[in-house]
Every structure is written in C-alpha cells, then in structure tokens.
Ligand binder design. Structure first.
Ligand code: PHE
Ligand code: FE
Length: 277
C-alpha cells in the first residue's frame, strides 16, 4: 500500500539514500522470520486458486517464493526480462513524490521488514509480505505494469494540480482492492486483498459489500476505509480497460471532480452498474 499515516513510521529510515532506498540485507532475516513467511505463503496459497486472477496465479507459480523471504536480487533479472521493472528495497512508507517517481521509472518499492507473528492475520502498515507477495507477481503482466508506470507519472502531475486525494482513491480501488471479471467468475487483482487471509473469500463471496462496475470518475469520488474490509469494490473487465480509461489527461477530470460531492464508502448511486455474485 502507499499513503499517509498519522503514527510514527515503523521502519528504520537511518540509512536511506536520497531516493529512500536501502539494501535488503537478506542475511539479517532470522530463521523465525523465514518460517513466518512460509506460513503466510502457505495460508494464502490454499485460498488463491479460488479468488485470484490468472495473471497473478500464473506469475506466482513460475516464481515460487514459498521457501522463505525472497532475495530481491534474484527476482530482479527475471522481472527486468519480463516487463523491464525492478524492485527496490525501502524501509517502509514513502513520501508521495518519492513513491510516484519510483513508479514512473518502473521501480516498485518493497518494504524490507516482516510483520510479527501476532500480526499473522492483520497488519496496519505494509510489510514485505504485503508488498512482495501482493504486488510483485502482477509486475510481470505487461498491461498492468504499464498501468502502474502511467499511474506514477500521473501522481507527479496530480501533485502539481493539488489532486492527490482523487488519484489516491484510484490506487486504492484498483491496485490495492480491485476486482476483475474472468471466464471463471469474479476474481481479485488487488494486493491488499491478495495478501490478506480474511478479505480474499469476503471480497468474492460475501453478500455484504457493494460490487460496482468500474467508472473512473465514480472511483475518484469515493472515499475508502483503511481499517475494515472494504464496503465497496470496483470491478474491471480486464487490465486493458483500466489502462485505456486512465490514458487521457486527467486535468479536466480533476476540475469536474471538484464540482461533484465526495461519496462515502458505502454509497450506491442510481447510475451504478452493480455486479451481483
Ligand atoms: N492519464 C493520467 C493523467 O493525465 C495519468 C494516470 C495514468 C493516472 C494512469 C492514473 C493511472 O493524469
Ligand atoms: Fe500495497
């Protein structure tokens, strides 16, 4: 995940470079940490075949990092060959402009520390399991990878237009919590869901949340909750729809959004096209 937090950041920011990257120091992970990774990986793996999109599943199967905390240096040559992206190690959450600059240059920041065992089911801040397991597999998909680069460039621009709150909602409802229609039914491509034991079944099977067909401006109007399962998910048809819908210059969209009301996370509008499970 990316974004602002109001509590002290958890990572060690003492040794950051100017772009906030650090060395991964893989040798420093303990046996307990590798074990916790394996348990997290095993739990998610049993759930994924029913709930994750094929692009994610295929990539995960090829990479297979079930054995312990992965070495970024081992993944990077494969990622470079697939989509020309790279993973960079960071201590945790980043300032917006630094984060956007990495994405705009096809570098995905991954947090180096792993959660505590007590946080097996739930963690407030993104750790290496969320960042790596949730995000990295889809960086191998060409269209999704292009979308993320475009998003980074859009972030730089949105900052200048004072429109970051709108753009952050797009990231939230797509990259973190997006659903996708597939020939096997509704699936997820959102990293916030893919790295969560509880939200994977909930987002697909629960009758509680709203599932609304993706509409770019509607998404950017919609506030979100960060401390509960989502009340609304937006559903895309495929990654090309996402890429194409976000390709135009957003400057007029931001102007239009300032004339529209903000919507709470549980709103359903008459214009919404609902996806029923
Ligand atoms: N096209 C958007 C703009 O001009 C940039 C963007 C691309 C934003 C993809 C989000 C996702 O601002
Ligand atoms: Fe994330």
């Amino acid at each position: 995940m990316a974004g602002q937090t109001d509590h002290a950041l958890r990572g060690n920011y003492e040794h950051i470079r100017t772009d906030y990257t650090v060395d991964q120091d893989w040798a420093a992970y303990s046996a307990d940490e590798h074990n916790l990774w394996k348990r997290l990986y095993a739990r998610q793996s049993t759930l994924l075949p029913r709930y994750a999109c094929d692009e994610f599943l295929d990539s995960l199967a090829t990479l297979n990092f079930s054995a312990g905390i992965p070495k970024f240096a081992e993944i990077n040559p494969k990622l470079k060959a697939a989509t020309n992206w790279q993973i960079v190690a960071v201590p945790g959450l980043l300032p917006d402009d630094i984060f956007f600059d990495h994405l705009a240059h096809r570098r995905f920041p991954v947090t180096v520390w792993l959660r505590n065992p007590a946080e097996f089911d739930y963690i407030v801040e993104p750790d290496i399991f969320h960042d790596f397991f949730g995000h990295v597999p889809l960086l191998f998909d060409k269209t999704f990878a292009d979308y993320l680069e475009a998003y980074g460039k859009g972030g730089v621009k949105a900052k200048g237009l004072d429109a970051l709150n709108y753009l952050a909602r797009l990231y939230w409802y797509t990259v973190e919590f997006g659903l996708i229609e597939t020939s096997k039914g509704l699936r997820t491509y959102g990293a916030g869901i893919l790295s969560s034991g509880g939200e994977l079944p909930y987002c697909i099977e629960s009758t509680k949340p709203n599932r609304i067909r993706f509409d770019l401006l509607r998404v950017m109007q919609s506030k979100y909750k960060i401390d509960t399962f989502q009340e609304t998910y937006f559903v895309i048809k495929n990654f090309k729809e996402l890429f194409d819908a976000t390709a135009p210059d957003f400057t007029p969209y931001y102007a239009e959004l300032r004339n529209r009301p903000e919507l709470s996370a549980n709103t359903i509008l008459p214009i919404d096209s609902l996806v029923v499970v």
